[in-house]
Ligand binder design. Structure first.
Ligand code: IVH
Length: 673
């Protein structure tokens, strides 16, 4: 990007960021996620780093805080309410400690303290002579709003401080003294449960009122109600996280003790941490469990536990060096659509795919995201050149969630689906939202079908990937999947990227797959709408290829889990003369193993797998269970019989414990199957 372009882009970015900052900080409203806003700020920061002469005093990168709402009285904080630096990875946490160690070498060995980073609204509470005198929001950090009347409705906040439990000697007399004559400032987070958040939003919607974007916005909106009765009706909660008064505390962990002694809720999971290693496993545990917490949590806060050292480390910008927010990796980022291309799948379905300027989401680079179909493109109003929000939930393929229209360049191009297949030029047929190429001989479909045929869940031919399939097709070595079994070393060896040895290996691996289970065989045929689970049901019900091939549509519809669409598609597949020819040819090479009549020792038993099993892949383990007559499920429920745990089990282990499902290790599992 040259300077002129950078200047334009910077000015647009600033406008968008200012707008969303205003919504977020002043109006308690949010239209885009924090991760998305961060992503835009990141782009701005990078451009400004590249062209420092373009930095202006009004850039979001240069400023701190927002405006206080006018309806509440402004209050000046006695000690500024700072914010926290963010870290997203173990490396960044390591860097944070190293930076601290450069200023105070003791930092590298320092004891840490960690607690949840609640996603709510920060509050400062001032108690004079033990009585709640003033509650204030953070505002811009120096000046906040006086929300005392509303905060008094929150039952989790004591109106009068009392010592509820014994305190250690060093602090007892100081605290006692301050409760009689003096001032104590406590800070913490106001929150609302995810459940209440949903309930209130449902009501708001029914009454045609504003919907809150997330629990944080709702908590903030509730504290800033002009009518305290509304605040009360919102059932707000409060967790205290620190004391901003000298009560004799030497460590941050002692502040937590004092807070709970004085009648505040503190995070029950908070704890002293001895090493980075321990910290990382704590963070992982919280990341795993947080979806089941009552409250939204967006990371953990990590603090140097020794207050003297914390103080020595000082402040950089608006954040203390002695603490940091270790955030969960954002699952969204912004980038630009560089092009929209079309993919023809093995069933002929055309999928528009956005080619993206590469961007990291949750630690992995993403350069493509599906746009699903034309309806979706219109719904999003996505155009080539647009800046978009890309998400990646869990392990699923990235998708485009939103277009940031304000950043659209004047030349952004609207994309239209073609009328003909981009590969074979046949007229496309619309079925629902899906546009399909119906030409069975379409090279794109054919290639995808072959890839499917050799993939893990069907013939599982080792070493035969899409690139080799392309080479085989291009050189006329195969016409269909059955031809694979005819291939000889001498056919392959001359091909690019093949040698004698690799040719030999591939032939051997193809030949080793000439026997296959009925279910996998049916799945390998790539019958439209017949997915993996369906083919397992079909194999179990019909027991042989012959009886499946003879089945009528009605018979098929009587099979459990099989509906009209699937039944029709299967009948049509077997009716095709071309398919019959292919089957006959294929069966010359392949033996199909009929399922043993269900009498394995695991009949009626349902298994859930979690964590790695080392010697066994997930799919192999599933096969073993099914071969023994058992069932496999992805989620733990009351009906699960066994949860098999491998290394690093996930949240399914916790589910099993909660539901009292029997947990077995790998060794026991292997014995059973
Ligand atoms: S300590 C220097 N502890 O996160 C600020 N903050 O960006 C000291 N927050 O506005 C904050 N949970 O409201 C701390 N356990 C926790 C927290 C926490 C949530 C919020 C806080 C602040 C923001 C920091």
């Amino acid at each position: 990007m040259d300077k002129k372009e950078a200047k334009k882009r910077i000015s647009k970015l600033k406008k968008v960021i200012h707008y969303h900052r205003y919504l977020y900080h002043v109006r308690d409203r949010q239209e885009i996620s924090d991760a998305v806003l961060d992503s835009l700020k990141h782009e701005l920061k990078k451009l400004e780093d590249q062209f420092p002469e373009l930095i202006t005093p009004d850039s979001p990168t240069q400023r701190v805080g927002g405006k206080a709402l006018r309806a509440f009285k402004k209050v000046k904080h006695r000690v500024p309410m700072l914010s926290l630096e963010d870290a997203f990875s173990s490396e960044e946490m390591q860097d944070w400690l190293s930076r601290g160690a450069k200023i105070e070498s003791a930092t590298s060995r320092a004891e840490l303290f960690s607690e949840l980073k609640f996603d709510g609204l920060a509050l400062s509470l001032i108690y004079k002579n033990g009585i709640l005198e003033r509650a204030a929001t953070r505002g811009n950090g120096n000046t906040g709003e006086n929300v005392t009347q509303n905060v008094k409705t929150i039952e989790a906040i004591p109106l009068k401080l009392e010592i509820h439990a014994p305190l250690s000697e060093g602090m007892k007399s100081k605290v006692g003294h301050l409760l009689e004559r003096g001032l104590i400032e406590i800070r913490g987070e106001v929150m609302i449960t995810k459940k209440d958040f949903e309930k209130i939003n449902r009501n708001q919607k029914k009454e045609g009122k504003q919907i809150y974007a997330n629990p944080r916005n709702l908590a903030a909106g509730s504290v800033r109600q002009l009518n305290p009765a509304i605040t009360r009706s919102r059932h707000l909660d409060f967790y205290a996280y620190g004391i901003w008064t000298d009560v004799g505390q030497k460590k941050h962990s002692q502040e937590h003790e004092v807070l709970s002694t004085l009648g505040f809720k503190t995070d029950a999971r908070a704890r002293v941490i001895g090493s980075l290693k321990e910290l990382f496993s704590f963070q992982k545990k919280i990341a795993r469990e947080r979806s089941r917490f009552d409250y939204e949590v967006d990371g953990i806060v990590v603090v140097i536990n020794d207050n003297a050292l914390f103080k020595k480390l000082g402040i950089v910008g608006k954040a203390p060096r002695g603490s940091i927010a270790f955030k969960f990796t954002p699952k969204e980022a912004t980038t630009i659509i560089e092009d929209i291309i079309l993919q023809v799948g093995r069933t002929g379905a055309l999928t528009p795919v956005a080619k993206l300027r590469s961007v990291k989401i949750g630690g992995v680079a993403v350069s493509r995201a599906t746009l699903h179909n034309e309806d979706e493109i219109r719904r999003l109003d996505a155009r080539i050149g647009d800046t978009v929000v890309v998400g990646r939930a869990g392990d699923v393929i990235p998708d485009i969630r939103k277009v940031i229209k304000e950043l659209r360049p004047p030349r952004a191009k609207i994309f239209h689906m073609p009328r003909r297949c981009p590969v074979c030029n046949s007229i496309l047929v619309q079925g629902g939202v899906i546009l399909r190429c119906k030409n069975r001989e379409c090279p794109a479909r054919h290639r995808e079908a072959l890839c499917h045929f050799v993939s893990k869940k069907t013939f599982d031919i080792d070493g035969l990937g899409p690139k080799i399939i392309d080479a085989l097709l291009d050189n006329g070595l195969i016409q269909d999947a059955a031809d694979l079994f005819e291939l000889k070393e001498g056919d392959l060896a001359p091909l690019e990227r093949f040698g004698e040895k690799s040719a030999k290996n591939l032939v051997r691996s193809i030949q080793s797959r000439r026997s296959i289970s009925l279910a996998k065989f049916i799945f390998s045929l790539g019958i439209l709408h017949a997915g993996e689970e369906t083919t397992i049901d079909l194999a179990e019900h019909f027991g042989s290829l012959q009886s499946l091939g003879r089945a009528t549509k009605e018979e098929l519809e009587n099979v459990l889990n099989i509906g009209e669409v699937v039944a029709k598609s299967i009948v049509e597949w077997f009716e095709s003369e071309q398919n019959q020819k292919f089957l006959k040819k294929l069966l010359k090479y392949v033996t199909v193993k009929s399922p043993k009549k269900i009498k394995g020792k695991l009949v009626g038993r349902t298994f859930v797998l979690t964590g790695g099993l080392e010697s066994l892949t997930r799919d192999e383990a599933k096969d073993r269970i099914r071969e023994a007559g058992g069932d496999v499920s992805e989620t733990v429920s009351k009906n699960t019989d066994f949860v098999v745990i491998g290394s690093e089990p996930g949240s399914k282990l916790d589910d099993a414990k909660r539901l009292g499902v029997k947990i077995i290790d790998k060794k026991t599992f292997l014995k059973m199957v």
